[in-house]
Write a protein that binds this ligand. Structure first.
Ligand SMILES: [Zn+2]
Length: 94
């Protein structure tokens, strides 16, 4: 496998074991001494992880949308107050 840092193909596996249905591999690059981890999983496990990630991201997006609504309402109130202040200031300067 190519090193993600220097792109060298001179890497080897230092450690390998099964972890949560996945093949864990600790890899080492001979060129730049970089070490990194890879997990090899089956297509079914990959699909399950992908679906979980999509659900999590969807929930976060909905939560953020709720926050944006609150922010818009708050900003609306501020512009109402600003309009009122300007109206009063305009009335007083006559
Ligand atoms: Zn490297």
């Amino acid at each position: 496998m190519k090193c993600p840092v220097c792109g060298s193909g001179k890497s080897f596996v230092k450690d390998s074991r099964i972890e949560n249905k996945a093949r864990y591999r600790r890899r080492y690059c001979e060129e730049c001494d970089h070490t990194w981890t890879t997990y090899e999983i089956g297509a079914a496990e990959y699909e399950s992880l992908r679906m979980t990630a999509m659900r999590t991201q969807g929930a976060a997006a909905i939560r953020d949308a709720g926050l944006m609504d609150q922010l818009r309402r708050a900003l609306g109130n501020i512009s109402d107050i600003q309009r009122e202040i300007e109206a009063r200031a305009g009335g007083g300067s006559k």
